[in-house]
Design a binder for this molecule. Structure first.
Ligand code: ADP
Ligand code: ZN
Ligand code: ZN
Length: 719
């Protein structure tokens, strides 16, 4: 009887599948990729275990078609991390393992890895070939200076000597080139500021063991500089650093910055914007790299010598994947650091309340940088433009237009920021500032125009639209957040000489972003109009005005995280204005100038606002003081989606510590011709909630007939 292996496949089922090994293969190590028949298709799966027999009848067992030894197996640390994810996110292990691989390596067609560099091995450093092997000695000496490319060796007719060195174990073919380019333009570290030094004094001794460090530093305070020094310390001990960043668009500038600082070090970039082949090559090269820099998916990169993880802009929502395995790369990074026994450094000017609460309660170490690293760069003035008392023309007030015109006249640049993300309209009264509250919970009711009703997306309450303000009787109720669609045209009409660029996509390719950056730096743009993408990363020294329109929708959004996000965005936008020697100015048009968010914002007071929001969350039993899991369903009709969720609620295990809310339509109820609904489950105990979902999930799988597609979202960010 040939050995049987258990294979994890990318299916929705929480199980492995047994296959027979071909006769000529005696053993397959865990993590090895195999091609197996599944139904009528050939699938790539991951071998997990091996045993002599199977519960499946021998006549039903099928054979492994091919063991994919053209690529390395998934290393044990990735198998372990995937197991954590399967358990924590209640997602099938096979689906996680295959998603952790770059797409090209999930494909059974033979893969020829490119190893264009001949590099010295550890043994090669001190090796002494016999004196008569002159050519080998010369090549070894050359390698001690720098790796040599395969092409150059061929030209110099050295291929045979190279092969001899490889056979002797003194050299090896490698994927990563030496960093020749960067060596030319090395940027030494500036002396640390006193605040940076204090942070380093605390952080450096913490290297070498697990711990979560939160660096809260105002924009421009030199957080990146801190990461660089910590990475340097990790690399010096022969370890690898993993740096996670939220946006692909930010990789080129950060990469360049890093390369200048670490000449000769090997880099691997990982993000979904790379071509498939490049992504596979970089993933395979990750074990050799000193620094792996990438977006959320790089948290699953193989890193045998991991010594440090950095999560930059840790508050950023793009660390959360919103489909398939709905993981938070920040949280998985923390789990990975814990498994590997290494520190993880989270950094932000506006930490997530989840992280900040952990820092306040002492579970994370909090380090603060309160001042900008370059002292003449001042934080900008933040002014509010009160929409209640000013006429608004196509979304713009006169002070806003005057500020734009003045900036244009001085030859400086402006940024006009629209906050349209997660937009859900609420009803409000312009005379008393009443904003449709839900009578049953802390949420705001959402205006559904077509059905002429107000609905709560948190608890499911609904009611008809009131004819007048229930608070003051004003019959002229308005919807929040309208009329910015034609903003670019409006600006062009008011300021005909201005060169305006609009960015309306949420994600931008690195090249497009670099091109835009050059245009702004080169003075080819006067006004930049865009969404939250503009709040990130870039340094535009001549951008002295930031104008914020349409922020009010978030102030009274049904999403309890909307104010946290708005505050973070506005802090980041404010951080863009006036970074160099020119003072910056931020103007915000709002109908709610008395909202506490603005009070804290004007004082650049993240900590104060974070504490206020946390107090509110604690009182209302919201995250981070409670844990949530969202059951999402989508179906052809809303009735079918809701009916599925109601059945699911009926099958919920009995758990006194867990609250199961009513099924409600999702805020974005219709997407791609499917109706979406959701059901919230929460508990103050993570363990109770995890146990509950563990018992619940098999019940959900058993619901027949299956009219809806469903998924579980642990720690949901967007409702
Ligand atoms: P952050 O990541 O906190 O926004 P950066 O690390 O990008 O801040 O630093 C902001 C600016 O200050 C950059 O231009 C950087 O080169 C500079 N800077 C950082 N640390 C120092 C330092 N110790 N001495 C001089 N300049 C510094
Ligand atoms: Zn009113
Ligand atoms: Zn409600």
């Amino acid at each position: 009887m040939p050995p049987i292996i258990q294979v994890a496949l990318d299916t929705p089922l929480h199980r492995t599948f047994d296959y027979r090994l071909p006769a000529r293969v005696a053993e397959v190590e865990p993590g090895r990729l195999v091609a197996v028949p599944f139904g009528r298709t050939l699938q790539v799966g991951v071998a997990l275990g091996q045993q002599a027999d199977s519960a499946v009848g021998a006549d039903k067992l099928r054979d492994v078609v091919r063991v994919l030894d053209d690529r390395p197996p998934l290393p044990p640390e990735i198998l372990r991390l995937a197991r954590f994810c399967a358990d924590y996110y209640h997602h099938p292990l096979g689906a996680i393992l295959l998603a952790a691989l770059p797409p090209r390596l999930r494909n059974a067609t033979p893969f020829v890895a490119d190893t264009p560099w001949l590099a010295l091995t550890e043994a090669g450093r001190t090796a002494q070939p016999p004196a008569r092997a002159k050519a080998q000695r010369a090549l070894l000496d050359a390698l001690r200076a720098a790796p040599q490319s395969r092409g150059a060796l061929r030209l110099q007719k050295q291929t045979r000597h190279a092969a001899a060195l490889v056979a002797a174990g003194w050299a090896t073919w490698a994927r990563l080139p030496p960093d020749i380019e960067a060596t030319a333009a090395t940027a030494p570290a500036p002396p640390a500021t006193p605040e940076q030094q204090a942070a380093l004094d605390a952080l450096l001794p913490a290297l070498g063991q697990f711990g979560v460090q939160l660096i809260h530093g105002v924009t421009g305070s030199g957080k990146t500089e801190l990461y660089l020094r910590l990475i340097d310390a990790a690399l010096t001990t022969g370890k690898q650093a993993l740096v996670l960043i939220p946006e692909i668009a930010l990789t080129p500038q950060l990469e360049q910055h890093f390369r200048r600082r670490f000449p000769g070090r090997r880099f691997a970039l990982l993000h979904s914007g790379l071509a498939e082949a490049a992504r596979a090559e970089n993933w395979l090269a990750a074990p050799e790299a000193d620094i792996v820099l990438g977006t959320r998916l790089s948290v699953f990169a193989p890193l045998p010598r991991l010594g440090l993880i950095v999560v930059d802009e840790e508050h950023d929502a793009s660390f959360k994947q919103q489909e398939g395995l709905r993981y938070s790369a920040r949280d998985v990074a923390i789990a990975r650091a814990k498994q590997a026994g290494v520190p993880v450094v989270l950094g932000s000017a506006t930490p997530s309340l989840e992280s900040y609460a952990q820092a306040l309660n002492g579970r994370y170490r909090l380090l603060e940088l309160r001042q900008r690293a370059i002292s003449q760069a001042q934080l900008p003035d933040i002014e509010l433009v009160d929409l209640r008392h000013l006429p608004v023309d196509h979304g713009l007030t006169r002070p806003a237009l005057a500020a734009l015109a003045g900036t244009l006249a001085r030859g400086e640049q402006s940024l006009v920021f629209l906050n349209r993300r997660g937009y859900a309209p609420a009803l409000y009264c312009p005379s008393c500032a009443w904003v449709s509250p839900c009578p049953r919970c802390s949420s705001r009711l959402v205006l559904h125009r077509t059905s002429q009703r107000l609905k709560c997306h948190h608890c499911g309450f609904e009611t008809r639209i009131p004819p007048e303000c229930p608070n003051c009787g004003n019959p002229d109720l308005k919807a929040l957040g309208q009329g910015t669609q034609r903003l670019e045209e409006t600006l062009a009409a008011f300021l005909p000489t201005a060169r305006i660029r609009r960015i309306d996509r949420d994600s931008m390719r690195p090249r497009a972003w670099a091109e835009l950056g050059e245009a702004v730096h080169g003075g080819e743009v006067d006004i930049l109009v865009g969404t939250q993408m503009l709040a990130k990363g870039h340094d535009f020294p001549n951008m002295t005005l930031a104008l914020i329109l349409d922020a009010d929708g978030a102030l009274y959004s049904p999403d309890f995280r909307a104010t946290e996000r708005l505050f973070a965005q506005l802090m980041q936008v404010a951080g863009r204005a006036g970074r160099a020697d020119k003072p910056g100015r931020v103007l915000i048009q709002t109908a709610f100038p008395d909202h506490p968010l603005f009070r804290h914002l004007q004082r650049h007071d993240y900590a104060g606002y974070a504490r206020a929001l946390l107090a509110e969350r604690r009182q209302l039993d919201l995250p981070p003081f409670t844990r949530q899991v969202l059951l999402r369903a989508e179906a052809k009709t809303m009735d079918a989606a809701l009916a599925f969720l109601q059945r699911a609620a009926g099958l919920a295990p009995d758990a006194p510590e867990v609250s199961v809310f009513a099924a409600t339509p999702a805020p974005m109820a219709r997407v791609a011709n499917l109706e979406r609904a959701q059901l919230l489950v929460q508990s103050t105990s993570r363990q109770a909630l995890q146990g509950f979902v563990r018992g619940w999930r098999p019940q959900l799988e058993a619901i027949r007939p299956r009219v809806a597609r469903w998924s579980l979202d642990v720690d949901p960010l967007a409702f």
